[in-house]
Write a protein of this length. Structure first.
Length: 431
């Protein structure tokens, strides 16, 4: 086999498949079956518990919270998330540490041998690589993030012990359906008959409860079976436990700052439902420090307060707007989105709290929204905006205008945040 480095492999698998997104389980299932059927039995010390997380928003925060709690308790954890910000390795982590290039290349080589002539998308390669790496390590728990939807997402080739649905809102309609009910049906495809299904969504679309019933899973509803309550900077969680277990039922004085309390509450319920033995003090310690890149991440750069947030749909934009309204000084937005995003609704939500917009078309991204179209909508909305040649230039212009009391908020896409984050990290490291 050709001796390729990780960068070569990533370029190859990205260019090889004509479609960036092609939902369906047949191709990836066949390759995974070939892999598992060729493995000797009982090679692992233990069979890891698997928790799969779907949702329009909150998936990454939920997984980050679960990982932090598990590591605080001494569990070994495999996490699969997407996309990455700076390096591909971020997608596959072993107990919080990104997989090495060698691990990933070895998995890619294995996939290439097994797939024969089966075409695989970039994300399908990613998914199989993660599962192969996890199978080669002795892990207590696997945390798997759904890439798109749920029912036909590649990660759904494995049966999870616990399924989590964080939220249901409009996004990726061309693949998942035009209504929240249709989107919910796709996301609920990760649920398994007779196994726990943790539901963080509280504003159900019409017919949602019937969809949950049809899944034949064992649902635990936030607000019914488990709850959380906020008090200024802290919150408390009351958890549902199985009748035959002696597990954690309440955790108080949890830090409400950073990641949203609702996602931390869902994370704790998922872990308890997976049978993880938890200690209240260790949960408190883990969740007080947990952060996640690009989720209302605060950075001080050249004396200016920066907020990095991957908000890329109206629901996430609404949450971001609420947070920005609490900040002092002017707010300067550095933003861009992909062409399938509801830019108009995002602008309507954030327009009242943003004083100036510095925008740019995402370069080198086939699905990037047209820069002039973004500017036109802002202009017609009556807000002050400038179209730049790049996100980096937009950020530079925002910095030149920001005072000590002002805040620059970077949002709209993982690509937008990644461009600014890369600029900051590169300059700070002196490279």
């Amino acid at each position: 086999m050709t001796d390729r480095c990780l960068a070569d492999w990533l370029q190859l698998i990205e260019a090889r498949h004509p479609c960036e997104i092609e939902l369906g389980l047949d191709r990836v299932s066949e390759v995974w079956q070939r892999y598992t059927s060729g493995q000797p039995q009982n090679t692992q010390v233990r069979t890891p518990k698997i928790i799969t997380v779907a949702g329009t928003n909150g998936k990454g925060s939920c997984i980050a919270s679960m990982q932090a709690v598990l590591l605080e308790h001494g569990y070994s954890v495999g996490t699969f998330t997407s996309p990455h910000f700076l390096v591909y390795n971020e997608r596959i982590c072993l107990s919080g540490v990104p997989a090495s290039d060698q691990m990933i290349v070895s998995a890619f080589e294995c996939i290439e041998t097994l797939r024969d002539r089966i075409p695989l998308t970039y994300f399908e390669f990613n998914t199989l690589a993660a599962l192969i790496i996890f199978s080669r390590n002795d892990l207590h728990v696997l945390l798997l993030e759904v890439g798109l939807g749920g029912r036909l997402d590649a990660i759904n080739i494995v049966d999870s012990d616990v399924a989590v649905l964080t939220s249901v809102d409009l996004d990726h309609q061309q693949w998942l359906g035009e209504t929240r009910a249709e989107i919910a049906r796709e996301k609920l495809g990760i649920a398994r008959c007779g196994r726990p299904l943790i539901i963080g969504e509280q504003d159900y679309p019409e017919g949602f409860e019937q969809l949950v019933s049809d899944s034949k899973a064992c649902p635990l509803w936030l607000g019914r079976d488990f709850t959380y309550s906020e008090q200024h900077t802290t919150f408390a969680v009351a958890l549902a436990t199985a009748a035959h277990t002696d597990n954690l039922t309440t955790v108080e004085d949890l830090n409400a700052e950073g990641l949203l309390p609702i996602n931390k509450a869902v994370a704790l319920q998922a872990l308890v439902s997976a049978g993880c033995a938890l200690d209240a003090n260790k949960c408190r310690s883990a969740l007080s420090a947990v952060t996640l890149t690009g989720r209302q991440q605060k950075v001080l750069y050249k004396g200016v307060s920066i907020i990095l947030d991957v908000a890329h749909n109206p629901a996430a934009a609404g949450v971001l707007a609420e947070h920005l309204a609490l900040q002092k000084g002017r707010k300067i937005a550095v933003a861009s989105v992909l062409e399938d995003k509801d830019w108009a609704s995002m602008v309507a939500l954030l327009g009242p709290v943003v004083d100036r917009w510095e925008i740019a078309e995402l370069t080198g991204i086939s699905r990037a929204a047209n820069g002039q179209s973004l500017l036109k909508l802002l202009y017609n909305s009556g807000v002050q905006a400038v179209l730049n040649n790049s996100i980096e230039q937009a950020f530079s212009n925002a910095l030149s205008q920001a005072g000590d009391e002002d805040t620059i908020v970077v949002f709209g896409s993982f690509y937008t945040v990644a461009a600014v984050l890369d600029l900051i990290v590169t300059e700070v490291s002196g490279e």
